[in-house]
Design a protein around this ligand. Structure first.
Ligand code: AVI
Length: 348
């Protein structure tokens, strides 16, 4: 597939984006690797967000508070669990269908890795997709910078741009990303942690930041038997329970709160009507949590909602990608129909 020239419209959009670009911290790390810090952690805003969730009539906390250093390691451990099939199933789809994926996606594009983490999934695609540039975006900027330093040494020919940014905020990419054909890569079913409305809005934002010929390559978990889903989110070893409970330690640190992890129980349940796994923390007895001048009383059995993980079927995905403006959806699935890797394009 040839690199497509962006339309005049797309050029105009990107030029406008340049004008409103925040002043990033730029760090030219070495041959071929530049790092942009677009996101400065605003503790006051994070505290306000966490506090609003705790004080809401149905208490909740955003899943983004899972991922401190320990939470990230616990998530990596989850991906090794036999019950947690998504990670290995997605990897198997990518390796089984590599040739066809390369044909559809096209080689030589700018590969933009959304929520790149340790960049492992994208790096496994370098041979298949032969990108002309790799752009990795993640909220954990320090971790990403270190990861990219090591990756750049392994792939000295591949220009790389690292961007520390919050994907939940509007994304304005630095000029260094270039005007080449873009492939937005969002693996791991992270799209499922948005509500369907948020997911559609997220895809629409990607579409707005695209030119004709650009495309998305997205891994997403599919609807299946409730028992298998619940086992994947409530493993017998208790790794997912630890991952969920760890959010309380994070809240203690952020707010100076006095959550006692032992007062809470991990709950994972599948709500078939909404096609989603919900994770909660349930108070084992009456508990009052205090921070600063605030307090929240939880009655025994009351829950703190920590995560949704929405599952899709292929018609639902087709509708969502189309609503966001993408065309020509193709989905590769494993033989069991557990997981889908979707590719959809921006029309010419
Ligand atoms: C990161 N995300 C796609 C995971 C999921 O499956 O929703 C997070 C997770 N929560 C519990 N286990 C894994």
């Amino acid at each position: 597939m040839q690199a497509t020239k962006p339309s005049a419209d797309a050029y105009a959009r990107r030029a406008l984006a340049r004008l409103i670009q925040p002043q990033p911290t730029v760090d030219a790390i070495g041959a071929g690797l530049t790092f942009y810090q677009l996101f400065t952690e605003d503790d006051a805003a994070l505290r306000a967000e966490a506090e609003a969730g705790l004080l809401a009539p149905v208490a909740s906390v955003s899943p983004k508070f899972f991922y401190d250093a320990l939470g990230s390691r616990l998530f990596e451990a989850i991906t090794d669990l036999p019950e947690y099939y998504p990670t290995r199933t997605e990897a198997a789809i990518f390796s089984l269908h590599a040739a066809e994926i390369a044909l559809r996606v096209g080689r030589g594009a700018t590969l933009i890795d959304l929520g790149a983490g340790n960049c492992e999934k994208a790096a496994r695609l370098f041979r298949t997709l032969a990108p002309s540039r790799y752009v990795a975006i993640d909220i954990s900027a320090d971790f990403l910078r270190d990861t990219l330093r090591a990756l750049a040494r392994q792939h000295p020919q591949l220009p790389m741009v690292g961007i520390g940014a919050d994907l939940c905020a509007p994304l304005v990419l630095p000029d260094a990303v270039g005007d080449g054909r873009r492939v937005w890569f969002y693996p791991g079913s992270s799209l499922g942690n948005f509500t369907p409305e948020e997911a559609r809005a997220f895809l629409s934002r990607l579409h707005e930041g695209s030119a004709p010929g650009d495309s998305v390559l997205i891994g997403i978990d599919l609807i299946k038997d409730a028992r298998r889903l619940e086992a994947a989110y409530d493993d017998p070893l208790g790794v997912t329970a630890a991952f969920n409970l760890n959010v309380l330690r994070n809240l203690n640190r952020l707010l100076g709160a006095n959550f006692d992890v032992r007062d809470w129980r991990h709950v994972a349940l599948y709500r078939a009507d909404a096609h989603r796994i919900e994770m909660h923390l349930e108070a084992r007895g009456d508990v009052t949590v205090r921070w600063g001048k605030q307090a929240r009383a939880f009655a025994a059995g009351e829950r703190l909602h920590t995560e949704n993980s929405v599952k899709y079927d292929l018609p639902g995905l087709q509708a969502m990608f189309a609503d966001a403006g993408f065309e020509d959806l193709h989905a590769w699935t494993d033989a069991g129909g557990d997981f889908a890797v979707c590719h959809a394009s921006v029309g010419r």
